[in-house]
Design a protein around this ligand. Structure first.
Ligand code: HDE
Length: 744
């Protein structure tokens, strides 16, 4: 790979550069006036010391009674070091434990003051610092990035009016409608409690047992079984706030809003076979990709989108806006893109930032408010509660990554690990001893006032009947997928349900799938070697009682406004034209004797188009071309792997191709690339390697010197790499050539 540039953009991300007073928020909280930038860097000190500042004279040997004698309890240096080490872990998050994060900033395109009084959405000149943590849900901290799973997409905006957290996912709906089911869902999906199997994947019998008893999960199941659950990159996935929130403007007018993040690199996934292989070859695939992109100056970007619904239209949809298992199709309420988020700085310390960051759905600022979505309401309690346990007490807001840039003044005091030295006599309000400070801020002074929603209701434990249509949007999602994506859903369900050992769980699932789409259920059933039951004879839980005819219990809602929503698919989604190859990774397969001209011509074309090129050879070290020019092999067939690349090029050079033909792994590379539907190009003698690998048939056609482009295979038996460069680039921009996939 080209030499990495340490090119992180520090110019926009500091608190001062974000248009905020230097040290805002820190002076008040930090008696020494330290800020993030001044936090300790160990290498800055000349001598090792203990935590008490005592210089250490020997860090190699513990204090012993004689050089072969027992270690002495007196050794305060050893005891301090080991004790600190013993306490270096905090409990991992109960969900979303594996995460990767980055700093950046957000800027609105034009003032949204008509809709919200949130100041960070009012002024296009303001760059609001953000910290974004992406995560998988089920796996533990050390699990693989490529599990089939939902991805967390949590954004902390450090606004001038306080921290605002938009804690979303890469899917716009959720499994359950009411927070009271969340612990059940998570217990079911995590490794089974008796043997802690499976790791980094959704559990089999327990998860599908639960799901098959919870018809409300069927829409989300369609998303989780789709390619959205195996993204190519964290930089290439959408984000969603999921719940309906409220925007409140300066005149107190409220509107409903759904939040979206639209990635400027488009929407891409890997295929399941690749996902499983990447989990072994590079379990840090997504983490590495995000880190390297930022190091290389390829800053990931997303546009913030909003779907705004007037209050008077609350009941005009065929679903309930408060139901988190439903989305508003973009064809009905278009997404307006209102600003852009850029991630431009990697964390300095994983633990201090990525691990200790504490998100909370309850962190909102004036201009944004909640709705009564019963899932959101439960989250409002859960996040603060979980941080108290995970971060050890009520002062986690003082950790640098969690500190607001807006100054915080209140009378909260003490508690574990309090950093602030609060001065003065008063810690209560109202007071007169300190002239009444700090005062309450009226709404005109930026004080937060909750939206005065009228509520006149009975206190009941019930679910609204408007939440009962569990299948219409699952059907809409499935129908809106392209053919290859539908096949991937079928295969995902065959795989996951194929791992389930209890027959009646599979049957119940097939019945639910048949309520989504009969063809889907039949295709899954075929793979499982069973048939779809026409009715259920096993008891269901409260969502689906045994004494109720299921057909009556799951009314399809009112006729859906759309029966095809192209913006729900990944292939051919009008929001994301496949028109560039920026940051894609292309492997050049070479050996001694390669054609230098072909390599340099193709490399130049790809780099100009924004892609990255890496050379893979039978061995590491310098590889010598046919005319004596040398280039470094970035990877060998042993250290590299086909699945971590987006496309492949085999340049000519008789000697190079003869060597590659002797190297089994080169054929494996190309075969996998072929099976994973990626673009492959070859020129000159390189075309022979495609024949050896069985990717193109030996035909007179490939001997001809005219270029050929077929299903993402771009060849020119003539030496001219330049002649096929643009066809190669176009092929890569298509991402995958699904026509190569065997239809099921
Ligand atoms: Fe979370 N969720 N969640 N969740 N969630 C947590 O908070 C919870 C839900 C989401 O990178 C926990 O700090 C409940 C929906 C993300 O640090 C915990 C319910 C959505 C992250 C928690 C939900 C999310 C979390 C675990 C149902 C998408 C990672 C550790 C009522 C809109 C944030 C922590 C990060 C993390 C509870 C449902 C997204 C336990 C009770 C829906 C992205 O508080």
């Amino acid at each position: 790979m080209d030499t990495k540039r340490k090119n992180q953009d520090k110019s926009v991300n500091t608190k001062a550069n974000a248009g905020l007073p230097e040290n805002a928020g820190y002076g008040a909280n930090d008696p020494k006036g330290d800020d993030l930038a001044k936090d300790t860097e160990d290498s800055a000190g000349e001598y090792l010391t203990t935590n008490q500042g005592v210089r250490i004279n020997d860090n190699q040997n513990s204090l012993k009674a004689g050089d072969r004698g027992p270690t002495l309890l007196e050794d305060f240096i050893l005891r301090e070091k080991i004790t600190h080490f013993d306490h270096e872990r905090i409990p991992e998050r109960v969900v979303h434990a594996r995460g990767s994060a980055a700093h950046g900033y957000f800027q609105v395109y034009e003032s949204m003051a008509e809709y919200t009084k949130a100041n960070f959405l009012a002024d296009p000149a303001v760059k609001t610092p953000v910290f974004v943590r992406f995560s998988t849900v089920a796996g533990s901290r050390g699990s693989s990035d490529l599990a089939r799973d939902v991805r967390g997409f949590a954004v902390k905006f450090y606004t001038q009016d306080g921290n605002y957290d938009l804690v979303g996912n890469n899917m716009p709906v959720f499994f359950i409608q009411d927070a009271i089911k969340f612990p059940d869902l998570i217990h079911a999906v995590k490794p089974e409690p008796h043997n802690e199997i499976p790791q980094a994947a959704s559990a089999h019998d327990t998860f599908w047992d639960f799901i098959s008893l919870m018809p409300e999960s069927m829409h989300m199941i369609m998303w989780v079984m789709s390619d959205r659950a195996i993204p190519r990159s964290l930089r290439m996935m959408e984000g969603f706030g999921v719940h309906t929130f409220r925007l409140i403007n300066g005149r107190g007018k409220a509107r409903f809003v759904k939040f979206h993040w639209k990635p400027l690199l488009g929407l891409h996934s890997v295929v399941w076979d690749e996902a499983q292989k990447i989990s072994g070859k590079d379990p840090d695939f997504h983490r590495r990709d995000l880190w390297e992109a930022i190091e290389n100056g390829d800053y990931p970007e997303w546009e913030l989108g909003v779907q705004i619904v007037e209050e008077k239209d609350e009941h005009k949809f065929e679903f309930d806006l408060l139901d988190p298992t439903k989305l508003i199709p973009e064809e009905i309420v278009p997404v307006r893109r209102i600003g852009k988020m850029t991630l431009n700085r990697n964390p300095d310390n994983f633990f201090a930032e990525t691990e200790q960051v504490a998100f909370h759905t309850g962190n909102i600022v004036p201009g944004i408010d909640f709705t009564n979505d019963p899932l959101l309401q439960g989250r409002l309690f859960s996040y603060l509660d979980t941080q108290l346990l995970r971060l050890g007490g009520p002062n986690f807001h003082e950790l640098p990554i969690n500190r607001p840039i807006a100054p915080s003044y209140n009378n909260q005091r003490d508690g574990h690990m309090r950093q602030t030295v609060n001065r003065g006599q008063t810690s209560y309000e109202p007071n007169s001893l300190r002239g009444g400070c700090p005062f309450q801020a009226g709404a005109d002074m930026g004080g937060f006032t909750s939206y005065a929603e009228r509520i006149d209701a009975q206190k009941i434990r019930e679910r609204s009947a408007s939440f009962f249509d569990h299948f219409s949007q699952a059907t809409l999602f499935f129908n809106s997928q392209s053919e290859p994506e539908q096949s991937h859903i079928v295969n995902a369900l065959r795989f996951e349900l194929g791992k389930v050992e209890t027959p009646h769980i599979r049957e119940r699932m097939l019945f639910l799938l048949s309520q989504v789409d009969k063809g889907l259920a039949n295709r899954v059933a075929e793979g499982l070697g069973i048939t779809v039951p026409s009715k259920l004879d096993k008891p269901m839980n409260m969502s689906f009682p045994a004494d109720v005819d299921p057909k009556k219990f799951q009314p399809k809602g009112r006729p859906q406004a759309v029966d095809d929503s192209p913006r729900l698919r990944m292939v051919g989604n009008p929001n994301f034209p496949n028109d560039n190859i920026k940051t894609r990774k292309i492997a050049f397969l070479i050996a001694d004797g390669f054609d230098e001209k072909a390599v340099s011509e193709m490399k130049k074309a790809l780099l100009t188009a924004g892609a990255a090129v890496m050379t893979v050879a039978p061995r590491l070290g310098m590889i010598t071309g046919a005319n004596g020019e040398q280039i470094k092999a970035d990877l060998s067939f042993l250290t590299g792997s086909s699945v971590v690349f987006d496309a492949f090029y085999v340049p000519g050079g008789e000697e190079s191709i003869a060597a590659l033909q002797n190297e089994n792994e080169s054929s494996n590379f190309l075969n996998e690339a072929y099976r994973h539907c990626k673009t492959i190009a070859a020129s000159g003698a390189g075309v022979q390697l495609l024949k050896t690998a069985g990717i193109i048939r030996v035909s007179t056609d490939t001997k001809a010197s005219r270029p050929s482009v077929q299903a993402g295979i771009v060849t020119n038996a003539d030496d001219g790499a330049a002649k096929i460069a643009s066809a190669f680039i176009k092929g890569i921009s298509q991402h995958r050539h699904w026509e190569r996939e065997v239809a099921i």
